[in-house]
Design a protein around this ligand. Structure first.
Ligand SMILES: Nc1nc2c(ncn2[C@@H]2O[C@H](COP(=O)(O)OP(=O)(O)O)[C@@H](O)[C@H]2O)c(=O)[nH]1
Ligand SMILES: [Mg+2]
Length: 368
């Protein structure tokens, strides 16, 4: 039996991993490959899982902690794809605040599951909005410890993929190449617009390679890593909304993100990623906000009017998670009054990520 290709796409919160996963999946599907995806989060109710499932993909989820700390669950999830739909390619998205993935995920899979999987080179997406400031050594809005995680993510990459090139000016792109080449001289750089799909065939070509990849074991200080992660407030909230008259699903989803952006900009914290999905039957809409410098945007439109919907809010921001939860709830109540909606809060989890304690950690790469 041929091995399953395991492809993990890394990158900071809001870098474009989910968008890239969905574009890569369509690319592989068009070549006749059966695809399975595995998503990952610190909590339940993950927008990405719902978005990818709504887009028609077969998705399993590892909630509660990152892949490195839930390694056995990651493997279990892969086995859960129905035998009849056993994927030939697995696309996996780790938590965007997670690093040291080569030592804790790539190497253990290559070693312990060598009969079942062949592991692709490990790409890490570069998020220009925060990355440019971090590489320039300017304030990114995050602390030095969070910036440490951002850098460590890039350091273990087999390729650094500059995403969002559709909106990066040529001079900035040239500066980014120069900064990345100076700080990570041996790592090849690719360019991508995951949104438009430009660069997907080139990325797939890179991922197809066999050879000495997934070998960069980090020299990393877990105290700094844990403290950097714990600076982020994490919130997943699920709420049902109903109305007596139809409302635009796109408008509500975008207004939820925009309303939160306006309030949270005054909190003094930096957003890493805030996203909302609204779903009703086969309709779904998604809006995102990924940097204090950027607007909220509707990234997937339903073009539909509905009289009820399930909303999921995922927020990762450098503020107290309790404050984050209060702001999200009061924003949803305010919107409900304006749009005459009845909200029913289903579930909410707010937290600061705990210290990562990986199931496995390979201190030396195994050359297999
Ligand atoms: N302009 C632009 N936006 C993008 C691109 N890739 C992703 N995005 C947007 O960036 C936001 C975060 O993307 P997402 O894939 O959810 O990031 P993740 O947190 O890394 O999974 C969404 O609003 C996407 O539409 C891109 O290439 N260009
Ligand atoms: Mg994602």
């Amino acid at each position: 039996m041929s091995k399953i290709r395991f492809i993990m796409i890394g990158g900071f919160l809001g870098a474009g991993k989910t968008t890239t996963l969905s574009k890569l999946a369509s690319f592989y599907k068009s070549k006749g490959f059966q695809i399975g995806m595995v998503t990952n989060d610190q909590a339940n109710d993950l927008v990405d899982t719902q978005f990818l499932r709504s887009s028609g993909f077969s998705v399993e989820e590892v909630p509660g902690a990152c892949f490195c700390c839930r390694f056995d669950e990651l493997i279990d999830r892969v086995h859960q794809f129905k035998a009849s739909q056993q994927p030939m390619v697995i696309l996996a998205e780790p938590v965007g605040s997670c690093t040291d993935l080569v030592a804790t995920v790539v190497q253990p899979i290559r070693d312990l599951y060598r009969e079942k999987f062949s592991v692709a080179p490990y790409p890490v997406l570069f998020k220009p909005s925060h990355g440019l400031k971090i590489l320039r050594k300017q304030s990114s809005g995050f602390s030095a410890k969070a910036a440490y995680i951002f850098r460590k993510q890039l350091e273990e990459a087999d390729t650094i993929v500059i995403n969002r090139i559709d909106e990066v000016e040529q001079t900035t792109l040239e500066e980014l190449h120069a900064l990345l080449e100076r700080e990570f001289p041996k790592i090849p750089i690719l360019e991508l617009s995951a949104k438009l799909g430009n660069g997907i065939p080139r990325l797939a070509e890179f991922l197809d390679q066999e050879g000495v990849f997934g070998q960069k074991i980090l020299d990393i200080d877990y105290d700094i890593y844990a403290e950097g992660e714990a600076e982020l407030g994490w919130l997943n909230t699920a709420v049902s909304i109903k109305s007596n008259s139809p409302f635009s699903l796109d408008q509500i989803v975008l207004q939820t993100v925009e309303g939160l952006r306006q309030v949270l900009l005054n909190s003094g914290g930096e957003v890493a990623h805030l996203k909302v999905i609204g779903m009703h039957q086969s309709s779904y809409a998604v809006a995102n906000w990924i940097s204090n410098d950027l607007p909220a945007e509707l990234s997937w439109a339903s073009h539909d009017n509905v009289d009820e919907a399930e909303l999921i809010v995922n927020a990762r921001m450098a503020i107290d998670p309790v404050v984050l939860e209060q702001e999200v709830q009061s924003c949803l109540r305010r919107l409900s009054l304006i749009y005459r909606l009845t909200p029913i809060f289903r579930q909410s989890q707010s937290l600061r990520p705990g210290r990562p304690t990986p199931t496995h950690r390979y201190a030396q790469p195994k050359l297999i």
